[in-house]
Design a protein around this ligand. Structure first.
Ligand code: AMP
Ligand code: ZN
Length: 503
């Protein structure tokens, strides 16, 4: 039975622009338009990137669950993204293509495939539309033309720069990030061509490149590449309209990326593009932002295999996803083996309650019903939604799920039946808990694919173990148990027989 919820949720979203929580009122209910910045596909995503993609996966899942028809656009940046590590900006994709001796589109394909694989492993749902920058060059050129026509950009040596000072004569700039234009010399990703600009705060919306540059397109201003910020403005407008409901990304994208997006959209069409700006906080390691350049990042694969020097052991993808959801998206989350292992235990407990609940049957016995219990369970089912309605507070929602988990375990009578509740409340508990595990948090994905195969193999292994135990070959029996544990499978010998669970 799927849980059909009313859309009269009082969902509140923290809007980075107003710096406060606001009641979520979509422009055209039941439709919601949502955009989040996707990866630049020149290398593999690390766990920090994944935290942000998980955050917006939850937003997408929750809005869908409570009944909205969400069009979720998450782009792939496959052109135009420069580095700013030195005084010279380097084109990330073309640079990587040279390094790996590949076509730029081979680089793009390779890392897009790898990104998709990782998303699948982490149960991050595909968006409704996944547009690429290279597939929208025409739209980007058209947008540059509109900005030029409105007088908010100028041409310099074949590049087009956004004229921030001119824009500020009419509009505010820097509102989202709280930055002052005069400090905006640093932090921009386009230091290359600084001398071509009128002011340091100006940014490229079209960049001229040398004829031997690996990626380039024809434009009215000569051969070049689109500015990085431009793709998100052009593609969000194309698929979601000039104004849409939600725009997300990591905190580090507030400036310059999102600030520039606002200026471009307003400069081109005179309309504030986004109603609710959402920013996810950073995953840190010993307090430092996880980033490739700091050398403190690890790849999802290293996490599952436990092969990074920072990792004490391998961790299962769903335990890692759960770990991330145990903190609110606007708080920083510090990675440590201790914290992850704590989450692993909690996760196993919760999934155990989930398993019990799937098998539980309701027995109608008026004499056993407990009114206070019925009341408490209904209250928890309401509360868990209220936590999500409070700016997607997965951390507090999970705390409520733990309470529900305790109840589920306490109801186990005899084999697996419950009679202390009434049927309606039991069904409410079952549908709410299941919806959270499967649809909202999305943590129920079995590791390693096919459930039936895993189940069958485990039954076979435990059967063989039973045989060796019957022959008093305890060394072999222990070996099986220990080897399974190394794979993250815990075997328990209880009074009622042998059971197993994935850690
Ligand atoms: P990029 O490919 O560098 O543009 O990053 C993709 C997404 O990951 C962006 O939304 C970034 O804000 C986000 N991101 C990068 N580093 C971290 C981190 N350490 N923690 C959380 N999100 C991050
Ligand atoms: Zn973007």
């Amino acid at each position: 039975m799927s849980y059909i919820y009313r859309m009269d949720h009082q969902l509140k979203i923290y809007n980075s622009l107003s710096r406060g929580k606001e009641l979520f009122v979509p422009l055209k209910p039941p439709f919601v338009g949502m955009y989040s910045c996707g990866p630049t596909v020149y290398n593999e995503v690390h766990l920090g990137n994944l935290r942000t993609f998980t955050t917006f996966d939850i937003v997408f899942r929750y809005l869908t669950h409570i009944g909205y028809k969400v069009r979720y656009v998450r782009n792939i940046t496959d052109a135009g993204h420069l580095t700013d590590d030195s005084g010279e900006g380097v084109d990330r994709i073309s640079d990587r293509a040279k390094l790996e001796q590949l076509e730029p589109m081979e680089v793009v394909q390779k890392y897009t495939n790898s990104f998709h694989e990782v998303c699948q492993i982490f149960n991050i749902l595909p968006p409704s539309i996944e547009p690429t920058a290279t597939g929208h060059i025409v739209e980007q050129i058209e947008m540059v033309k509109r900005i030029l026509k409105n007088g908010y950009a100028y041409e310099s040596k074949g590049s087009i720069y956004f004229d921030v000072r001119k824009y500020m004569e009419k509009y505010k700039y820097g509102e989202l990030s709280g930055r002052n234009v005069d400090d905006q010399q640093e932090g921009t990703r386009e230091l290359d061509g600084q001398e071509e600009k009128k002011n340091a705060a100006d940014f490229a919306i079209w960049k001229s490149v040398a004829p031997n540059h690996l990626q380039h397109w024809v434009s009215p201003w000569g051969e070049g590449i689109p500015g990085w910020h431009l793709e998100c403005s052009a593609m969000s407008a194309k698929y979601l309209g000039q104004q849409f409901d939600i725009h997300g990304g990591g905190m580090d994208l507030k400036f310059p990326h999102h600030e520039c997006e606002i200026a471009q959209s307003v400069g081109a069409d005179g309309i504030e593009p986004v109603r609710y700006w959402m920013h996810g906080n950073m995953l840190t390691v010993n307090g430092d932002k996880m980033s490739k350049s700091k050398g403190n990042s690890f790849l999802p694969r290293e996490l599952f295999e436990g092969t990074h020097p920072l990792l004490e052991k391998a961790y299962a993808p769903m335990a890692v996803r759960f770990f991330m959801l145990q903190s609110h998206y606007r708080s920083t989350l510090d990675f440590s083996n201790g914290a992850l292992q704590g989450s692993e235990k909690g996760f196993a407990r919760l999934m155990n309650a989930y398993k019990v609940l799937q098998e539980m049957v309701f027995v109608n016995d008026e004499s056993k019903k407990i009114a206070a219990e019925i009341n408490e369970v209904s209250q928890l089912c309401k509360e868990v939604y209220e936590k999500m309605d409070d700016d997607f507070n997965t951390a507090e929602a999970i705390a409520v799920l733990f309470e529900m988990g305790k109840k589920i375990n306490s109801y186990k009578e005899g084999l697996i039946s419950v009679s202390t509740l009434d049927e309606k409340t039991f069904e409410l508990l079952r549908t709410t808990f299941t919806a959270f595990i499967k649809d909202i948090l999305g943590v129920d994905k079995e590791e390693g694919g096919d459930n039936n195969v895993t189940e069958g193999l485990m039954n076979l292994i435990l059967e063989l173990r039973k045989d060796v135990r019957a022959k008093k070959d305890f060394a072999s029996s222990d070996k099986i148990r220990d080897e399974l544990l190394k794979l993250g499978i815990q075997v328990k010998d209880g009074k009622e027989g042998v059971s197993w669970s994935v850690n």
